[in-house]
Design a protein around this ligand. Structure first.
Ligand SMILES: *[C@@H]1O[C@H](CO)[C@@H](O)[C@H](O)[C@H]1NC(C)=O
Ligand SMILES: *[C@@H]1O[C@H](CO)[C@@H](O)[C@H](O)[C@H]1NC(C)=O
Length: 363
């Protein structure tokens, strides 16, 4: 009896999986394949036969619906096929809008192929189950689809290292499940959305190396889970919102190479931030003398600004200072003795107005 049950369960499972690939999904995949060209590894050679749910490289289907749920094609991975070939993948062509016929698609990764051009199909925002969209490391251009905000299940949006231009669509802040946003190294411009803080689930916001301008939206500090904020190498101006130094889990704040100005909020030096790069801006005024036991910096780079006055004495009360760079400012006065100053080299202090004492020349 148990054996019979077991056998019939197996048969049932087999039946479910054999029915795996709906013809419309298969047709969509074949149209997707037809718009791309990949010769080095022959990844698409496996995309033959009627059952797209089995042995089609990078394709997997949802157990319940039997429909295509994941496309996962990476040009650089730990996959043995890559190591054997000893070189990275290269794929040309475009992303066919046929992809939008895969109505159950939950994860779409087409990453690090270097040569894929054209636009992100606008219809992608009509895929209600999409959780992961990872198109990093191609040559995609055009704009982020205007109604991307419809993807209310989206947790990962990674289009870094492409040629995407235009502004951040206003609807993007509707992505209430978004945890990881990576737009680095594109040609995006315009202001950051003032209501950026609506992205309540966000833990990493990486927007460096674009042409963003305007000020840093203070609403960002409402994102309770945000741990990593990288806005470096843009054209942001204005001052740093004071509230950024009071965020619960913010650990990395990179604002280097922008046009930011004003005094820096004292809260930044006495927060949970352990990586702080403010290099190459126009910050001015004295460095707040507020370091304390909560201050723990693996990296604190304040170089290439217009800071004046002395090095804060309280810096010696920080629980840890690893890398410190105060060079290329207008600081003046004696470099304090003791920790952390005893392990720092002259390069941390050079090109100021009149700093003196170890490791620079005596006062
Ligand atoms: C999405 O964003 C737009 C523009 O910000 C807004 O008008 C719309 O109501 C939002 N939709 C949802 C479902 O929140
Ligand atoms: C801080 O940013 C500058 C400019 O982008 C960069 O050159 C420097 O290496 C960064 N500092 C550290 C310690 O990583």
């Amino acid at each position: 009896m148990t054996t019979l049950l077991y056998v019939s369960t197996l048969l049932l499972l087999a039946a479910l999986t054999v029915n795996g690939c709906p013809p419309s999904d298969r047709a969509a995949l074949l149209a997707f394949k037809a718009a791309l060209h990949e010769a080095r590894f022959g990844i698409f050679n496996s995309w033959t036969g009627s059952d797209c749910c089995h042995n089609w490289k990078g394709v997997s289907c949802d157990q319940e619906s039997g429909k295509v749920a994941d496309i996962n094609l990476r040009g650089e991975a730990q996959d043995p096929i890559f190591e054997k070939a000893g070189r990275t993948g290269y794929m040309t062509g475009t992303i066919s809008p046929a992809i939008c016929n895969l109505k159950r698609l939950s994860s779409f990764t087409l990453a690090d192929w270097k040569g894929i051009t054209g636009q992100i199909p606008a219809c992608i925002s009509s895929l209600p189950f999409l959780r992961i969209l990872d198109l990093v490391g191609n040559k995609l251009s055009g704009q982020i689809p205007a109604d991307i905000g419809r993807l209310h299940r989206l947790t990962v949006l990674n289009i870094a290292d492409n040629l995407v231009s235009g502004r951040i669509p206003r609807t993007l802040t509707n992505l209430s499940s978004l945890m990881h946003l990576d737009l680095r190294n594109n040609r995006l411009s315009g202001d950051l959305p003032p209501d950026f803080g609506r992205l309540r689930m966000l833990s990493r916001a990486l927007l460096s190396r674009n042409y963003f301008s305007g000020s840093i939206p203070s609403s960002i500090s409402k994102i309770y889970r945000l741990a990593d904020l990288d806005l470096s190498v843009n054209s942001l101006s204005g001052s740093i919102p004071e509230s950024l130094g009071r965020m619960a889990v913010l650990a990395t704040l990179n604002l280097d190479v922008n046009k930011l100005s004003g005094n820096i909020p004292a809260s930044l030096f006495n927060s949970g931030i352990s990586n702080l790069n403010l290099s190459r801006n126009s910050f001015e005024g004295n460095l707040p003398d507020v370091f304390g036991p909560r201050s723990y910096f693996t990296m604190l780079d304040l170089s290439y600004n217009n800071f004046r006055g002395p090095i804060p004495k309280s810096l010696s009360e920080a629980s840890y200072i690893g890398h410190l760079d105060l060079s290329h400012n207008h600081l003046c006065g004696r470099i304090p003795a003791g920790s952390p100053f005893d392990h720092l080299e002259a390069s941390s202090f050079v090109y100021n107005d009149c700093l003196c004492g170890k490791p620079l020349k005596a006062c």
